[in-house]
Design a protein around this ligand. Structure first.
Ligand code: ADP
Length: 427
């Protein structure tokens, strides 16, 4: 830059020197000086015009020839343009690569702008949701109108993915996972989970059918064994018949629990929901459990800490009854004779809590996260005597999930356990 500047300075000095010399000899100094300055200004304007024309002609590669400061300006701008072009080419190569990767993906990718409108999508998303170029800028809710998706999208809680039938092909099932990024933009990953969904459906149907088919023969066997045990006159048959009866009853319980679970899995949650008086429901559960508790001389109490109006929860009475019953019966089953079991109902501004606690043997910490798995038992040998099916807490978990509630378990070995059902109140 300095080189160009000094060359320019030289040029000015030469013009001024020539003009002053001519002016001196022609006796018209001021006029020649003015003329010199004018010529220089005109030359400057001409260079500016050349620069402007060159900048406007985007396709022209090389800058116009010029000396002095203007040569330097042309060269610098040309260098800047070249750097920019290289940077642009690099960026375009990266974009092309990303586009190739996103095109190769089997999962659909959709990018939404801050308003929730379509900004970009890959070919897989186009195939799954029939998105076209003219749809750019439209709200995603116009294309995926399923109420569950609308609620999921608007709620903004994207921790878990959402599975719904495909809006385009009714036989397909899609999973949507939204991830917010940047300035309120969102990335939606769409996955075809039809195969998984069908497998899960097959598993559910299989369990439901097997349980259903086994129920009738088992009832018949149960009936005959009962009759045989009642009318048995041979003492050596007493023990085997009692054992047969006990095992047949255990199988019936298991099948009933499996049927309850498969019904919970296969039916849509929210049906038959009505306001339930929880205090009354817990009183029914307690009175049913009292009989069992008395057999072990246990003390069973129910305390409801809501002094004002009756506590109503929107839900399915049969399902909630089964969940609370399972917790209370477990407490009775696993707590020693003379033990204490208490059922508590209370609420705060956001939640309703139902807890069942006992001073039984307690559960070691490593088992607690797995208790709600099907057939999981802390100690299979200890529980075989309790006649449990290993499905009780799985049923509780499912019922609570269907009521947007959760189960919290705290326990200390040797001291007792507490199972708390936490229901969120509508805000
Ligand atoms: P089960 O039919 O065996 O009772 P559940 O699913 O109801 O099956 O319970 C799973 C396991 O959790 C039980 O086998 C038992 O080991 C443990 N458990 C449940 N409730 C209690 C409790 N109140 N005290 C101690 N252990 C419990």
């Amino acid at each position: 830059m300095l080189k160009g500047f000094s060359a320019e300075l030289q040029r000015i000095l030469i013009i001024l020197a020539i003009c002053s010399l001519i002016g001196f000899f022609s006796d018209n100094y001021a006029l020649w000086m003015l003329l010199g300055c004018g010529v220089y200004i005109l030359w400057m304007l001409w260079q500016m015009r050349r620069l402007n024309q060159w900048l406007l002609k985007r396709e022209s590669e090389h800058p116009p020839e010029a000396s002095g400061i203007w040569g330097q300006v042309f060269d610098n701008i040309y260098q800047l343009q070249r750097d920019q072009r290289i940077e642009k080419d690099n960026l375009q190569a990266v974009i092309k690569r990303i586009q190739e990767i996103s095109s190769a993906l089997k999962d659909g990718l959709i990018i939404l702008d801050a308003r929730g409108c379509l900004d970009f999508w890959n070919p897989a998303a186009h195939r799954m949701l029939a998105l076209n170029t003219k749809d750019q800028g439209q709200s995603v809710i116009n294309f995926i109108r399923h109420p569950k998706f609308v609620a999921y999208f608007e709620e903004g809680n994207y921790g878990e993915p959402l599975e719904i039938p495909s809006p385009r092909f009714s036989s397909k099932h899609l999973q949507f996972q939204i991830t917010p990024f940047g300035k309120m933009e969102r990335l939606i990953v769409v996955r075809d989970v039809t195969q998984l969904h069908n497998l899960e459906k097959m598993r559910q149907d299989f369990i439901a059918n097997v349980s259903h088919e086994l129920r009738t023969p088992l009832t018949v066997i149960n009936g005959y064994v009962e009759t045989l045990a009642d009318n048995n006159t041979t003492p050596s048959w007493n023990k085997p018949l009692q054992q047969m009866l006990q095992q047949a009853k255990r199988m019936s319980l298991l099948i009933n629990d499996l049927l309850v679970l498969s019904k919970l899995e296969t039916t849509e949650a929210g049906h038959n929901h009505k306001p339930i008086n929880i205090e009354q429901l817990l009183a029914v559960v307690k009175s049913e459990a009292d009989v069992l508790g008395k057999e072990k001389n246990q003390q069973l109490t129910l305390v409801c800490n809501n002094t004002t109006k009756p506590l109503l929860l929107q839900g399915n009475e049969k399902e909630l009854h089964s969940a609370f019953s399972n917790l209370v019966i477990n407490a009775i089953k696993y707590t020693q004779a003379e033990g204490r079991i208490s059922i508590l109902l209370w609420q705060d501004q956001k939640h309703v809590y139902v807890s069942v606690s006992d001073n039984g043997p307690g559960i070691e910490a490593q088992h607690i996260p797995r208790l709600t798995e099907r057939f999981y038992r802390v100690d299979a040998s200890r529980n075989s005597g309790t006649g449990g099916t290993g499905l009780g807490l799985a049923i509780v978990k499912h019922v609570l999930m269907r009521h947007y509630a959760e189960l919290k378990i705290t326990s200390e070995p040797g001291k007792g356990s507490m199972f708390i059902c936490v229901f969120a109140l509508p805000q």
